[in-house]
Design a protein around this ligand. Structure first.
Ligand SMILES: [Cu+2]
Length: 847
């Protein structure tokens, strides 16, 4: 150890070697997955789960790519009959959906989950069961979506699912339902990964790795995770609303009953535009890791790059309307969004200049990862330029819905995601496989992809400008674009061969590659300090870090992470332990005890799958029936979280004793609550947005013959809603003072008050508003009230759960985390209720 945290370096005695070997064996045993099939099904370790994300992502890349080959064949020449128009629409929809939701986002989650703990010098992510749960949801969601082929009702409304095309009138059958349910199911993975990664990056960095020493990739993932937290909820909400409308005949998007189809587009692009940067930022993070290594110097402009990442995160949320320039938006708004769309080029430009400056001032070394970086530069800059063109409103009106936009988006996404991802894949391959990729095959793969990609999409700029519309399965010979389309199609196959060659190359590397030496690219960041093969626990002792490129400045760190005499080197009582550090300072603060292999994530995802299957087949009794098991699974999950019998503190090294997470201030569970509530708050804000958006379009509000609820029951409900605030304040205080009985009683008070609120509020709404199917007003009022009611029920469940935990002695004056979480959730639920109450009962009276 270089600092004062670990033991003094003493000469090892012969007995030490034995102890070292025993300690390593114990770590190995504690952290390995169980053997055999059971081990596969119960694994929760981040390396295992991340690899699954990556492999599953590539499988979906191949499937989505295969669909696009059919699309290209159909367009190769006018009048071909490869796909009939119906199939064509289905393939276009599934291609876009697969690439966006089942490939681009999950693959980056996989990279992040694999790399983040290793880069931060940590042993695992703080919520391993959540990671595993996310992957199962992703897998089942993807299978759910593709099962639509078996039932002959494949979604065909485009990956953007515009209403009214996708409502029950214009899309009868189950195709749209498969999309809405399957994609939302798979999206659970994105949201859980966001929580997981935010908490991991904030509180599990190696001691000494303060925020200014964090690898750029970790910054990029942190910003991306926050963007997912704010960006995905609008899409999830839109999907819920549309599915509710389709299944129960609500009226959010139906003009005849006061709805508005454009509401879908706003919610969709509120997600859809940030989505582009959710895909691009981690890729940019990869570039910022690969470039300094091959330039052999620290990255230029670290602070600027970080600021650019944060700025991109913010700006991208102000841009959604640029996908809607052609729907009839006021001119002033057009001007604003047009300017904002051009502004987002600035932070991206800053990063590009920083990378070029790094290469310029270093001694660049052209190996395969760098080749893909060069491909990224060329392709992404071209895509960025056509993006600036499209930000001009008059040009957008011209090019809208033509192949020009198709060309632009493929340049941006392939340039901005695929090349950096391949660069990262080859860069970290020696770490994951312990072997080197074959230089010749990997270079051919790059050139096939690079040439194929450019020849496929460059001609589309021209065909688009001539006027070839997108999403149409054929075109007239007279348009004069057939030769260009033939080139596109032929080149598309070159691209496909290139991608397959790269994936084969990578797979072969794991078996046939020649053994890699330690740190083969001579990189400077912490993940390269790990031994190969990387042990399941990553680091035997948690290292201490003094700068951004620890391995360049102190190569001995590679030795320190394999020793067992540093921080947490001893796996005391056979628990999986992670070191928790301060958010800003990165000083050791707590020991986080995490879960070993377990069935609960799989069972939870399976119950959700069965519930959704019941829903899509209209066997609603099955869905309702499944709520019981689902709730049970999550209760057991929560009951067995962390360590039920954790001591209040643990000695992590001689002379250094830290609290366990249940007794720590910055507990991961607390930050997970904060991150979850950000996501939930964004979901709720989207719903409030929908309410006001529908109001804007309505001649009167309340509309459709409904009235406002009477004052008396409404005010009584409000009073009941306030009571849990008192409990949330008093219960943790009582617990801290050691009065467990009082703390339990306060949970009971909140429970009764919550039930009273529901019993007063929902009937009042029923009497004034009537059935939700009557009008969009009633639909959105019921959804808002119902959404909040669910939160009250959840708060009641959490309160009851914590009361039981206090009663059983798992929660007490010192280990008070769960009581703080319950109080925090109650405060949030009440706060949300105050807003909902104001929106439902006050605003319509005032305005
Ligand atoms: Cu956009």
């Amino acid at each position: 150890m270089s600092g004062g945290l670990g033991p003094d370096p003493v000469l090892p005695s012969p007995g030490d070697h034995l102890r070292h070997a025993e300690r390593l064996a114990l770590l190995e045993r504690v952290w390995s997955n169980r053997r055999g099939l059971v081990g596969q099904l119960t694994a929760v370790n981040h390396s295992t789960i991340a690899m699954r994300f990556i492999v599953t992502g590539f499988a979906f890349l191949l499937i989505g790519g295969m669909l696009s080959m059919f699309i290209r064949l159909q367009l190769a020449w006018p009048g071909l009959q490869v796909l009939d128009p119906e199939r064509y629409a289905q393939f276009v929809t599934m291609h876009g959906t697969t690439m966006m939701f089942l490939f681009a986002v999950p693959i980056m989650e996989g990279f992040a989950m694999y790399l983040i703990p290793k880069m931060l010098g940590s042993r695992d992510l703080p919520f391993p069961r959540l990671s595993a749960f996310g992957w199962w949801c992703y897998l089942f969601g993807g299978l759910f979506l593709y099962s639509s082929f078996l039932f002959g009702s494949v979604p065909d409304g485009g990956w953007f699912m515009y209403t009214p095309l996708t409502d029950a009138t214009y899309s009868p059958g189950k195709g749209a339902d498969f999309w809405l349910i399957g994609v939302t199911f798979a999206e659970i993975a994105a949201v859980t990964a966001a929580v997981e990664l935010i908490v991991a990056i904030l509180i599990t960095r190696a001691p000494g790795m303060d925020l200014t020493r964090m690898p750029v990739f970790a910054w990029a993932v942190l910003v991306t995770a926050f963007m997912i937290a704010f960006g995905f909820p609008p899409l999830i909400l839109a999907s819920l609303l549309l599915e509710i409308q389709r299944a129960f005949d609500f009226a959010f998007f139906e003009v005849a009953r006061g709805g508005d189809p454009l509401l879908w587009q706003h919610l969709f692009w509120l997600f859809g535009h940030p989505e582009v940067y959710i895909i691009f930022l981690p890729a940019a993070g990869v570039v910022s890791m690969v470039v300094p290594t091959f330039a052999r110097r620290p990255i230029v402009g670290y602070t600027w790059i970080v600021l650019a990442l944060v700025a991109t995160g913010f700006l991208s949320f102000g841009l959604w309307v640029h996908h809607m320039f052609a729907v009839g938006i006021p001119l002033l708004a057009l001007a604003f969004f047009s300017a904002a769309s051009m502004m987002v080029a600035i932070p991206t430009g800053i990063q590009v200049f920083a990378w070029i400056a790094t290469l310029w001032s270093g001694k660049p070394w052209l190996r395969v990862p760098m080749l893909h970086i060069v491909g990224f530069f060329v392709v992404f800059v071209c895509g960025g330029l056509t993006g600036v063109m499209l930000a001009f409103v008059p040009f957008d009106w011209q090019a809208h819905d033509t192949h020009f936009v198709v060309a632009h988006l493929h340049y941006v996404l392939i340039g901005g995601l695929m090349f950096p991802m391949f660069a990262g894949l080859y860069y970290w391959l020696p770490l994951a496989s312990g072997r080197m990729p074959s230089e010749s095959l990997s270079r051919s793969g790059f050139w096939l992809v690079f040439i194929g990609m450019n020849l496929t999409f460059l001609p589309m700029h021209l065909t688009g400008l001539v006027g070839l519309p997108r999403r149409v399965d054929s075109y007239a010979m007279e348009l004069g674009v057939h030769w260009l389309n033939l080139v596109s199609t032929a080149a598309g196959f070159v691209l496909a061969v290139g991608v397959i060659a790269i994936l084969i190359d990578v797979a072969l590397c794991f078996v046939l590659g020649r053994r890699a030496e330690a740190n083969p690219w001579q990189a400077g960041t912490l993940e390269w300090a790990l031994p190969r093969p990387v042990p399941a626990y990553n680091v035997a002792s948690v290292p201490e870090v003094g700068d951004r490129y620890p391995l360049w400045h102190r190569p001995a760190i590679a030795d320190e992470v394999t020793r067992t005499d540093g921080l947490l080197g001893e796996a005391h009582d056979g628990r999986r332990e992670i070191l928790g550090t301060g958010i800003q300072s990165a000083r050791p603060e707590q020991v986080i005890r995490v879960s070993t292999s377990t069935w609960w994530p799989l069972l939870a995802a399976l119950s959700i799958g069965v519930l959704l299957t019941g829903f899509i087949t209209s066997q609603y009794w099955l869905s309702v029936l499944m709520l019981g098991p689902l709730l049970g699974v999550f209760l057991v999950w929560a009951w067995t979280t962390g360590d039920r019998h954790a001591p209040a503190s643990i000695e992590v090294a001689p002379g250094l004793t830290l609290p366990t997470q249940a007794a720590a201030r910055n507990a991961p569970g607390w930050w997970a609550l904060v991150a979850t509530l950000l996501i939930d708050g964004s979901l709720f804000a989207s719903l409030v947005f929908a309410y006001f958006y529908l109001w804007l379009n309505a001649p009167a509000w309340p509309a459709g013959g409904a009235q406002l609820a009477a004052w008396a029951p409404t005010l009584a409900a409000f009073a009941a809603l306030m009571v849990p605030l008192l409990s949330a304040w008093a219960a943790p205080r009582a617990l801290r003072a050691g009065r467990r009985g009082t703390a339990i009683a306060w949970q009971g008070v909140a429970l009764v008050a919550g039930a009273a609120f529901l019993a007063l509020h929902l009937p009042a709404i029923w009497q004034s508003t009537g059935a939700p199917q009557v009008h969009a007003y009633a639909s959105v009022v019921w959804t808002l009230a119902g959404f909040h009611a669910v939160h009250i029920v959840v708060a009641m469940l959490i309160g009851g759960f914590v009361a039981l935990r206090i009663h059983r002695g798992h929660v007490d004056a010192v280990r008070s985390l769960e009581s703080r979480v319950a109080a925090g959730f109650w405060r949030y639920a009440v706060g949300q209720g105050v807003v909902a109450w104001g929106v439902l009962h006050l605003f319509p009276r005032w305005l």
